[in-house]
Design a protein around this ligand. Structure first.
Ligand SMILES: [Zn+2]
Length: 358
């Protein structure tokens, strides 16, 4: 391990200790730059006791598929954002951007003259190669550019990241939003204000899981067994919890109809050869209402038993399971998880002030 990496980890640990000290709450409610705009629609879910939020002994542990080194770099990026007074949504955008650009590994080189966590280019005026290999410098430059983007807090993550990075593959940022959200939450305990500020929650506490047209409807003549609606969105679109509740199911359900064996959910399904919901989530809301979200691209970003707030990102859209192309299959049940209790999501969502088709 090089001295540079070692010193990076030390900085990260200091950062995380700071983050756990309650500074986060102050930042959100004390109002960093632009935080007020987010506060009105941000909602707070109970955070874990501080003991569970402290870094594992010996430093920061791995989170999901992200190693100690990668999580350490995410911690540095988050700590810099807090220090600069950037609202929490910015931390998620920055971590997701670094996930796409460098897999959160502080690399000395890259495409053309790109350097470091954000793959910034000295030739484009970002700084010297030496400066850009310093995670704190690189993150500071990222946040400075982000905050100069008009209306960045209301933008989709892809749009905001692209405004800073000008990548050749802008859509690639979106798929990291759930992981980035999960890591930022794990490091800071902050759950409020992480989603796009464009998410609006109705007076009854509901929001659209995605903004999209209804492609295929509920139990149509052609598809009487279709217990939900298909909301047409591109691959990698963040899916939001329609209301607050408890995640009761996180599962891969994709079966090869020819053999009865598992098809797998980390790849597209097939409308003829695959049966099942793919990667999917059920959320149980107060009053016995259950919402279901199917065909996600990758493992959902929530876990069974987790509390979510309306608008929290729970995963991204894809085409896993019985599916002919990227979309969100969305169901609403009144009572239990069975087909018998499914109701038309169009009517239900209109009744709770969060109509679909917009
Ligand atoms: Zn469907």
């Amino acid at each position: 391990m090089t001295t540079r990496v070692l010193s990076g980890i030390t900085v990260a640990v200091v950062g995380v200790l700071l983050l756990c000290s309650g500074l986060a709450t102050t930042l959100i409610f004390g109002g960093g730059t632009g935080a007020a705009a987010c506060a009105a629609i941000a909602s707070v879910t109970p955070t874990a006791p501080s003991a569970t939020r402290s870094p594992a002994s010996g430093g920061i542990g791995p989170i999901g598929d992200w190693s100690t080194e990668q999580v350490g770099n995410a911690a540095t990026i988050t700590a810099v954002g807090m220090r600069l007074g950037v609202p929490p949504r910015g931390w998620v955008i920055a971590v997701a951007t670094a996930m796409q650009e460098s897999s959160l590994i502080n690399t000395p080189g890259g495409d053309r003259d790109s350097v470091g966590l954000f793959q910034q280019r000295p030739s484009q005026g970002w700084g010297t190669p030496e400066q850009l290999q310093d995670p704190q410098y690189a993150a500071t430059k990222f946040y400075q550019k982000l905050q100069a983007v008009d209306g960045w807090q209301a933008m989709a993550l892809t749009e905001a990241a692209q405004a800073v990075q000008r990548s050749a593959y802008p859509d690639a940022y979106a798929r990291w939003e759930p992981d980035a959200t999960r890591i930022v939450t794990a490091l800071t305990g902050v759950t409020a204000g992480l989603a796009t500020c464009g998410v609006t929650v109705s007076a009854q506490g509901w929001t659209q899981p995605v903004h999209a047209d209804v492609g295929s409807g509920f139990r149509t003549e052609d598809r009487p067994g279709h217990d939900g609606v298909d909301l047409i969105v591109g691959k990698g679109t963040p899916i939001h919890a329609a209301s607050a509740g408890t995640v009761t199911v996180v599962r891969c359900n994709a079966v090869d109809v020819r053999t009865g064996a598992g098809w797998g959910c980390d790849r597209d399904g097939d409308p003829a050869l695959t049966r099942g919901c793919g990667w999917y989530v059920d959320i149980t809301h107060p009053g016995g209402v259950i919402t279901r979200y199917c065909h996600m691209l990758t493992h959902p970003s929530v876990a069974e038993g987790q509390q979510v707030a309306a608008g929290d990102v729970i995963g991204v859209s894809g085409s896993s399971g019985h599916s002919s192309g990227p979309h969100l299959h969305f169901e609403v049940h009144l009572g239990d998880h069975t087909s018998a209790t499914a109701v038309d999501p169009v009517g239900f969502m209109a009744s709770v002030g969060a109509p679909l088709n917009q």
